[in-house]
Design a protein around this ligand. Structure first.
Ligand code: 13P
Length: 253
């Protein structure tokens, strides 16, 4: 059974007050788990605790946007798996394209993070996606294959079931240019086939779509057979928009 997940990646946005207020608006609606849809918010690190407090008792889950792979120690500026769990996180995003492109994260680093997070009991949202130039030169499948291989390498069969994949075409992130439902479905089907070849638990691994998903286009994207939810950036910062996407999700779940 695949989970249907609507996840908000707040990136480096909100301050404490605005983040807690946003969380409160979501928690008020998602008081209980609705129609099989899981809801997740990933605020910046400093707001994990106050946001976690605000959503406590509701169906909204807490996640972080990144993690470091080492155990607590002398790693200035980094955050350990234990710390995220201590703050109430159940999920962590790993391998977001902004971390790959801006912070220089390689598939090898991402793999170490995935393994550490799974070993610590977190559910990993592994982000993959091709650049525009890669799509235009017909390399989409090859790029995804490399990123998936990198992410899943060395993961046990049991651990694989605690991974969620997020397909986020880089050309669609923050650009207002969404993949069409057909384009997204086509890639999700490729990812599904890759998962089948990689693990016997592929039927438990959800694949989210991310990239300019909003209140207007969510229903069509989420209705695709291999799209099991969304990872939302800009539209996750406005409660009415995110709530509309959650509602579209509960129709499709
Ligand atoms: P946007 O929804 O702003 O395009 O961002 C998508 C994303 O990167 C979520 O992780």
């Amino acid at each position: 059974m695949r989970r249907f997940l609507i996840a908000g990646n707040w990136k480096m946005n909100t301050l404490r007050q605005s983040g807690v207020a946003l969380a409160g608006e979501l928690a008020a609606v998602a008081a209980h788990e609705e129609a099989g849809v899981e809801v997740l918010v990933c605020p910046p690190y400093p707001y994990l605790l106050p946001v976690g407090e605000r959503i406590g008792g509701s169906a909204v889950q807490l996640g972080a946007q990144d993690v470091y792979f080492e155990s607590p120690g002398a790693f200035t500026g980094e955050i350990a798996v234990e710390m995220l769990k201590d703050c109430g996180c159940r999920y962590v995003l790993i391998g977001h394209s902004e971390r790959r492109a801006i912070l220089g994260e390689t598939d090898a680093v991402i793999n170490r993070k995935v393994r550490a997070a799974l070993a610590g009991g977190l559910t990993v949202v592994l982000c993959v996606g091709e650049l525009l130039a890669e799509r235009q030169s017909g390399q989409t499948e090859e790029v995804l294959d490399r990123q998936m291989e990198g992410g899943f390498s060395g993961i046990s069969e049991a651990e694989a079931a605690s991974i969620v994949v997020a397909y986020e075409p880089v050309w669609a992130i923050g650009t207002g240019r969404t993949a069409s439902p057909e384009q997204a479905q086509e890639v999700h089907a490729v990812l599904r086939a890759q998962l089948k070849a990689a693990t016997s638990h592929s039927d438990r691994i959800s694949i989210l779509y991310g990239g300019s998903m909003n209140a207007a286009n969510a229903a069509q994207l989420l209705a695709q057979p291999d799209i099991d939810g969304g990872l939302i950036g800009g539209a996750a910062l406005k409660a009415p928009d995110f709530l509309a996407i959650m509602a579209a999700g509960s129709v499709s779940a």
